[in-house]
Design a protein. Sequence first.
Lengths: 158, 158
Amino acid sequence: MVFTEKRIEQALHKHGYKVTPQRRVIIDVIIDSHEHLTPAAIHKRVLRENSSIGLVTIYRTIEILAELGLICEMHTGGGCRSYLVRRPSEHHHHLICSDCGKVVDFTDCDLKGLERRLVKETSFKINGHLLEFSGQCRQCNRAAANKNKDKLRERVEV
Amino acid sequence: MVFTEKRIEQALHKHGYKVTPQRRVIIDVIIDSHEHLTPAAIHKRVLRENSSIGLVTIYRTIEILAELGLICEMHTGGGCRSYLVRRPSEHHHHLICSDCGKVVDFTDCDLKGLERRLVKETSFKINGHLLEFSGQCRQCNRAAANKNKDKLRERVEV
DNA sequence: CTGACTGCAAATAGTTTGCATGACG
DNA sequence: CGTCATGCAAACTATTTGCAGTCAG
């Protein structure tokens, strides 16, 4: 089950956002398409319904929808440029610290079983996968913990 | 073990690319940094070594290095904009057809064991993960197979 | 009514291209 | 020496912002 138009409109409402005709069209387009759409692609389709909606409105609307967790962003290659020397091993993954950007590589991901099941269930031919964990490294985690401690202290003192 | 400067220069050479001072500096910077660097960040560091290297050269060099598989691109959120209605289930992943863009969702990814091991080995606090499989859906796979058949036929006929 | 929303135009950021000059092999 | 590489400027593309008018609640 996927969010319906009504559900999305309720969510907008609940968070103090207005439900405008433009937003309705944009939401319809995203719901009707089962592909992942770039802002420009959404705009193109939206224009078929209402030729006066600006691309800016698409950007502003998807920002809100993403913020409310109603749509999700995908990573389809290209665009996110960030590079690292590669390990010659044919295959590896990353564990990335979202605070300091530190990267730890790991090789064995043990997804064969899952992959086999997906192939069986979807009839896809699977060529590859992208797996990344994100979190906080030891230092950043500790730093964050200390900061919280400070904050608590402040609250008590005030 | 990671690609060394020498290895990378050999690879450039082997593929008919020249080893210039600019490329040396860029390669050094990428090797020396264990973080993932954006083109702009690479440029900044490169300027410390040689203040006359242009950002354009960074772009052209990383393009080659990526093409030769010497560096790898990472996905660190933001930048890749492409959206889809979200399933209300708290957690899911995608299987994406690289030909037609069709997306299949799946929920259970069974990474707990791997996650536990990573936590133990790296002392990271893991907050989340990004998992995507890419491949060809049944239709596109079939279409591709037919096209290949046609190609083979052509070759035979010519 | 009033604050949030919209469209336009302009600003900004990121990336690519054309071209004359320079240098690796 | 020829070919590929470089740097500059300009062109593009993608995204964000400022603003005045408009509209949902």
